[in-house]
Design a protein around this ligand. Structure first.
Ligand code: EPZ
Length: 423
């Protein structure tokens, strides 16, 4: 297992390219299972999560060729059973369930395990697919979901859960509805840009989906999909993570290949804290300048277009050395505070209570050996290490490699002093 040593005190400057979105790539790769023609998908980040999804598609019978960020897929004939061990290891693989059910009439997919950010139920996924006429049973840790003899039928379904909409649940129902007879309406749909990118990919293949990116999505059933070439949207969370690095120790850091339209809530908090955020006229490059006198802020995560839960750990790292009191409340994953205990080892002053972190900015953090736990918490520890006195060692780097493409190389390009070492 690798670890990352982060030497504090370097000032970040210069520019990097942001990668394609992991969270758009995963459902788009899964959606390829709906089609028996050749598909080209560009700017898929080379991270372990997308590699897992490629392995799953391979094991389902698909042909996949990857050359750097471009993936060529041809799923001429596929089986209905996803590999138990691979699916268990990556919760997001649940999004093969909808396309498998629609393409083959059945899907056998392992129940995703929970993870450190909290219980990861799939009740809303099943509610949506059952509304289309599917029947569900559970056996040996697998979900076995079967379409009726005459195929799935369009229906109206509300996917709102106690914590709001479900991103991958919306994806699963939207993909299953592509071949369902008649019209499907998803109310309380997730409106994330990654859901919209999936709908754009499906429509380019010939699907008839309207309203993606809003709370109400309407899908007219069709019978088959054709070839397409698609470029995945930029990764707004990777961009936000590097903006946070600039807000902690930057003196003008430029990120290329971003999409301003997806970054509203993220930009706003940096500006509330006093940092300067400047986009170019086309909105695909942004430069962040650290504030002379930054101030704290209050964040409450919410479904898009609200503040993303995937950014709250990174902002906690910014608040750790921002003078004053900041408050971070996660309404989507109320237990998503594993990073706080590790940051406290570095001298951060954080109190976590009932889904809320109260952060009192300290003058300086000090390096400590810390442990990564989930993807975004691990990124937050790297950010804290950039400003800590001394060398912070972050172990279990595989958590970061799940969702950040070449994070050490990108940090080095920005003049951070980091080194990846074998544990
Ligand atoms: C997606 O996960 C993202 N993953 C997550 O990013 C992100 O944190 C999450 O959406 C919320 O924005 C991918 O896109 C691959 P949800 P997803 O279903 O779809 C509850 C990262 O760091 N819920 O939108 O699995 C659930 O418990 C990852 O890149 C149900 O109750 O999340 C949560 O409280 C982490 N029943 C809320 O809804 C269900 O059937 C939102 O979950 C499904 C979800």
């Amino acid at each position: 297992m690798d670890k990352l040593i982060v030497h504090g005190g370097a000032t970040l400057r210069g520019s990097i390219n942001i990668s394609g979105s992991k969270n758009a790539s995963l459902p788009i790769l899964a959606a390829s299972l709906l089609c028996d023609q050749e598909l080209i998908i560009r700017r898929v980040p080379d991270v372990s999560d997308t590699n897992y999804m490629v392995q799953i598609i391979n094991s389902l019978g698909g042909e996949v060729e990857r050359s750097s960020g471009t993936i060529r897929i041809c799923n001429k004939s596929i089986i209905d059973t996803a590999p138990y061990d691979l699916v268990r290891r990556m919760r997001a693989s649940i999004c093969v369930m909808g396309p498998l059910l629609a393409r083959t009439g059945r899907a056998i997919v392992s129940l995703p395990g929970g993870c450190v950010i909290g219980d990861r139920p799939v009740d809303l996924h099943l509610k949506g697919l059952e509304a289309l006429g599917a029947t569900t049973e559970f056996e040996g840790g697998n979900i076995i979901i079967t379409a009726p003899k005459g195929g799935l039928k369009g229906a109206e379904v509300n996917l709102r859960g106690t914590h709001g909409p479900t991103v991958l649940g919306t994806d699963n129902v939207m993909m299953a509805a592509v071949f369902a007879e008649g019209t499907t309406v998803i109310e309380s749909a997730a409106a994330e840009p990654e859901v919209e990118d999936l709908a754009n990919f499906l429509n380019a293949m010939g699907a008839k989906i309207e309203g993606a990116g809003t709370r109400r999505i309407v899908i007219q059933g069709i019978t088959s999909l054709g070839s397409v070439e698609h470029t995945v949207i930029p990764d707004r969370i990777e961009a936000g993570t590097f903006m946070a690095a600039a807000a902690i120790v930057g003196e003008g850091v430029t990120l290329h290949r971003v999409c301003r339209a997806h970054m509203g809530a993220i930009n706003e908090i940096f500006e509330v804290c006093g940092h300067r955020v400047e986009y170019n006229t086309t909105g695909d490059s942004v430069t962040v300048y650290r504030a002379e006198n930054p101030v704290g802020a209050e964040i409450t995560t919410a479904p898009y277009p609200g503040y993303p839960t995937d950014m709250q750990a990174q902002m906690t790292a910014v608040f750790a050395t921002t003078p004053g009191i900041s408050v971070v409340k996660d309404t989507i994953f109320p237990q998503r505070f594993m990073h706080c205990a590790e940051m406290k080892r570095m001298g951060a002053d954080i109190r976590v209570d009932n889904g809320t972190a109260i952060v009192k900015g300290v003058k300086e953090l000090s390096a400590a050996p810390v442990m990564a736990s989930d993807l975004r918490a691990s990124a937050a520890l790297v950010l804290a290490g950039l400003t800590a006195r001394g060398a912070t060692t972050i172990s279990r780097l595989y958590h970061i490699d799940r969702g950040y493409e070449n994070i050490d190389e990108k940090l080095l390009q920005l003049h951070a002093r980091v080194e990846r070492v074998k544990e």
